[in-house]
Design a protein around this ligand. Structure first.
Ligand code: MRU
Length: 374
């Protein structure tokens, strides 16, 4: 995607030093564009845990490079296997909900195990990290192509009047290597000249909608309007939302969707107002082992200060201000589960499907025997 006319991905190898990965440090967006070097597993773990990078696809791709860095480190003064396993544990422990993290680490462990020598293992880890990142971008591009048909159809039905899409949090290119999941159909429609406008939920407490989605849509020239988190229901009641598209951090094989806290309430409002509610995801965000999202998906709980304080920029500096009474306790659940009955459909790299086991397995038949279908 473009930033002031220059093409960027969200992570890349440092020019001239392919032992170092560079990322856009998203904590400073939209006010400052900061690039950070990641050269050790510890730095990669901190970048994921403290959300220098975030979003399911990008967490996975960064962990993939983290395992490459672990293989490099393992060549120097460690038991190779011991260091690799402890790096895998360290990375997996950084954030619990996005399944792409464990998926990428496990994919690396399986690939690296095929190498006969430390040198060969490093070569494999390098290639696998690049594969994961390339695949992420390619799959998101395809999600855009498949999701475009939905927006096109609504645009035709409205005689070319703007299609109003509501999205929550940031499932944009900043949450992946490129394109995004929820935003990919929006970018594809906009690039084809279809009039599209996006309602952007601010997404408290970390404000990924206000800080990241609004910024990336603006960089791409997509018309959008930022709204407070509780506005979506009102807009839907007044016919001002044609379609909801969100991303996901983990979706069960039965189509239950974990996404940023507040997504469930948008799905309920969409159901009540007959607004189609779609979830866009690459296959790396499916958890093929899980069937019941509410019972099984781990929900991240973060510090109460994120709820009690608001963060922003003042006179060129990042500041935090206390909003709530200092002594009030606050709870901070990062994600919620939208049950499959509230999801109109899924948009994947292989096409659209119903949010149920039958629909999902019709697109991914190779996963039919990965969990018993009771
Ligand atoms: O906590 P984050 O910013 O990593 O969470 C990201 C989200 O929940 C996004 O909404 C997104 O839909 C899932 S990541 C593609």
């Amino acid at each position: 995607m473009n930033i002031q006319g220059q093409h960027y991905r969200t992570l890349w190898l440092k020019p001239g030093n392919d032992r170092v990965v560079q990322i856009i440090d998203q904590r400073f967006l939209p006010h400052r564009f900061v690039i950070e070097d990641l050269a050790t597993v510890d730095q990669v773990a901190v970048a994921i845990q403290e959300m220098h990078i975030r979003g399911a696809g990008l967490i996975g791709a960064t962990a993939g490079f983290g395992m490459y860095i672990a293989a490099l480190e393992a060549c120097h003064g460690h038991s190779f296997e011991g260091h690799l396993q402890s790096a895998a544990q360290q990375l997996k422990a950084t954030r619990p909900t996005a399944v792409n993290l464990a998926w990428a680490v496990d994919r690396q462990l399986a690939a690296i195990a095929k190498g006969a020598s430390p040198e060969e293992k490093v070569t494999i880890a390098f290639a696998t990290a690049q594969e994961i990142a390339e695949e992420d971008a390619a799959y998101c591009r395809r999600i855009g192509e498949h999701g475009l048909a939905l927006i096109e159809a609504i645009s035709r039905a409205k005689g070319g009047a703007p299609v109003h899409v509501l999205t929550h949090c940031n499932a944009g290119w900043l949450a992946f290597v490129d394109y995004g999941s929820a935003t990919a159909p929006i970018y594809a429609a906009h690039d084809q000249g279809i009039a599209v406008h996006v309602w952007v939920d601010e997404t408290r407490p970390r404000s990924q909608g206000a800080k990241l989605t609004a910024w990336e849509l603006g960089q791409h020239g997509v018309p959008h309007t930022l709204i407070a988190d509780n506005t979506g229901g009102h807009l839907m009641q007044h016919g001002m939302v044609d379609l909801v598209i969100v991303g996901t951090d983990r979706t069960t094989r039965t189509g239950d969707v974990a996404n940023k806290i507040g997504t469930y309430l948008k799905a309920l409002a969409a159901k009540d107002n007959n607004v189609p509610f779609y979830v866009a995801l690459p296959s790396s965000s499916f958890d093929w082992e899980m069937r019941d999202g509410v019972a099984e998906i781990p929900i991240e709980e973060r510090g109460s200060e994120e709820v009690k304080y608001a963060e922003g920029w003042l006179d060129g500096a990042q500041v935090e201000v206390l909003v709530a009474p200092e002594s009030s306790p606050a709870a901070n659940y990062g994600f919620d589960i939208t049950p499959n009955r509230l999801v109109t459909g899924l948009i994947t790299e292989r096409g659209l499907c119903k949010a149920n086991e039958e629909g999902i397995l019709a697109l991914f038949p190779e996963k039919s025997d990965t969990a018993s279908s009771s």
